[in-house]
Design a protein around this ligand. Sequence first.
Ligand SMILES: Cc1cc2nc3c(=O)[nH]c(=O)nc-3n(C[C@H](O)[C@H](O)[C@H](O)COP(=O)(O)OP(=O)(O)OC[C@H]3O[C@@H](n4cnc5c(N)ncnc54)[C@H](O)[C@@H]3O)c2cc1C
Length: 340
Amino acid sequence: MTKKIMYDVIILGSGPAGLTAAIYTQRFGLSTVVVAGRTWGGQLQLTTDVENFPGFGKIMGPELMRKMRDHVEGLGVKVLDVAAESLETSKTPFVVTTEDLTLEGKTVIVATGADTKWLGVPNEGKLRGRGVSSCAPCDAFFFKGKAVAVVGGGDSAMEETQVIAKVASDVVLIHRRDAFKAQKAMVDKVMALPNVRVLYNTQVADVVGDTALTGILLRTENISPKQGFDSFDQLVNAFGGKKIDDHQWELPRQGVFVAIGLVPNTQIFKGLDVDSHGYVKRVEERDENGVLKYFTKTNIPGVFTAGDVHDARYKQAITAAGFGCMAALDVQRWLTETGS
Ligand SMILES: Cc1cc2nc3c(=O)[nH]c(=O)nc-3n(C[C@H](O)[C@H](O)[C@H](O)COP(=O)(O)OP(=O)(O)OC[C@H]3O[C@@H](n4cnc5c(N)ncnc54)[C@H](O)[C@@H]3O)c2cc1C
C-alpha cells in the first residue's frame, strides 16, 4: 500500500534552487519535503571546481551540494532520494507520486532544473569536467591561454564563444551546418573576435584523451565554400589537425564547450505552461499600485517555480539559489493570503 503524507510545500528538485527554497520554507515553519530526483544536488554534481559561489572561494561542486543538503537536513527537512513521476494539479491539495510514495501538498515549487544536451559521443562521459564542459562562464578560468573549441550554432554557442575567447588562446567554433541559427548581431560579434575561427559542416564524432581532453575527433563531409579551402588536406593542415581518413580528422584541443542546448526537466508536468523550449513560464503578479507581488508563480495557482527550469538566461548556481529563495517567499505569502 502507498503511504500518503500531507505537506505545506513539496519541493521538486534538490539543486541550488530546491535546497535554498527548502531552507526558507522550513524556517518559516512550513512543513516541507524535498523530492530530490535521480541526481540529487543537480548539475553541480557534474562539475569539479566552483569558484563563483560567494563565501566559498573554491569548492568542488559535489561538496557544495553536500553542504547545502546538510544545511537543509540539519533544519529537519526530509529529502527523499526519489524522482517525482507525476504532479496532479487538477484539485488541491496537489498530489505528487513517486515510485512508491504519494505526497500531498498545499503548494509545490517546481525546481527540477535542466539537463545539458550532451553530444552523446563515446568518451564524453569520461572527460566531462576534464576538458569537456558546458558552461564557459563557470569554467573559463581553467582554460586561460589554452586552445579550446565550442560546439553549436545557436545563441548560447555564440555566448559561450564570446566568454571563452576572452581567456583562451584560440577558439574553434564547430558547427554541423553551413549557417548559424544564432541572431545575426551575435554572430557578427563572434566573427569579429581575432582569436575565433569557424569550422562549418563539421560534426563531433568523439572527444579524445585519457585523463584530460587532448583532442576532438571530427567529421567534415563537405567543406563549406566559406572556409576558403580547396581540399580536405588544406583544411586539416590550416587547423593543425591530424588526418584520419578522407573525412575524419583530429583537432588538438584542451577544452571543448558543448553548447547545443539544454533540456529543462518539465516532461512530467501536465497542465503547467511551458515555452516552446520546454521552460516553465512564470506569471508575474502585481498589486493595484503596480508593485510586484509574486515573481515565481506559474499558470497553476499554488504552483511556483525556481531555478534553471524556468530560467533560460542566467543559469548559475547563485541565481538558481536566489530564485529558490524568491519561490519560498512567494509560497509563504500565498499560504497566508489564501488562509491555507
Ligand atoms: C558542468 C557544469 C558546471 C557548472 N559550473 C557552475 C559554476 O561553476 N558556477 C555556477 O554558478 N553554475 C555552474 N553551473 C550551472 C549550475 O549548475 C546551474 O545553474 C544550477 O545547478 C541550477 O540549479 P537548479 O537547482 O535550478 O537546477 P539543477 O541543478 O539542474 O537541479 C535540478 C534538480 O531537479 C531534480 N529533478 C529533475 N527531475 C526531477 C523529478 N522528476 N522529480 C524530482 N526531482 C527532479 C534533479 O535531480 C536535480 O536535483 C554549471 C553547470 C554545469 C552543467
